[in-house]
Design a protein around this ligand. Structure first.
Ligand SMILES: [Zn+2]
Length: 102
């Protein structure tokens, strides 16, 4: 039995929408990491609804604050109400944001 850790590689240059759709986590401005329930695109913006019932309207920009926060993992405090499962946080912490597609 090999306890092998699965490392997920995500392409750095994808849109924020694609990123959120894969990770299903959202960093709020206060540094809290929310679990994402739904993501909806609307033109250049998207509407993110979290598991704790909050909605955010954000620009779908790959170089915006949230994209940067997600890539750099600056949100360390998971939302209590969202109840993000441990495996999801674990997977997120092991995700490698790469310039090269694997
Ligand atoms: Zn939340």
């Amino acid at each position: 039995m090999v306890n092998e850790k699965v490392v997920r590689y995500l392409y750095k240059n994808q849109s924020l929408y694609q990123l959120i759709n894969k990770i299903k986590l959202w960093p709020s401005r206060t540094g809290v990491l929310h679990g994402v329930k739904t993501v909806e695109t609307k033109g250049n913006t998207m509407i993110i609804t979290t598991h704790c019932g909050e909605s955010f309207v954000v620009w779908n920009s790959k170089n915006g604050r949230s994209a940067r926060w997600l890539r750099n993992r600056w949100c360390r405090k998971p939302c209590v109400k969202c109840k993000i499962p441990e495996w999801k946080l674990e997977k997120y912490s092991q995700t490698v944001f790469s310039d090269v597609r694997r």
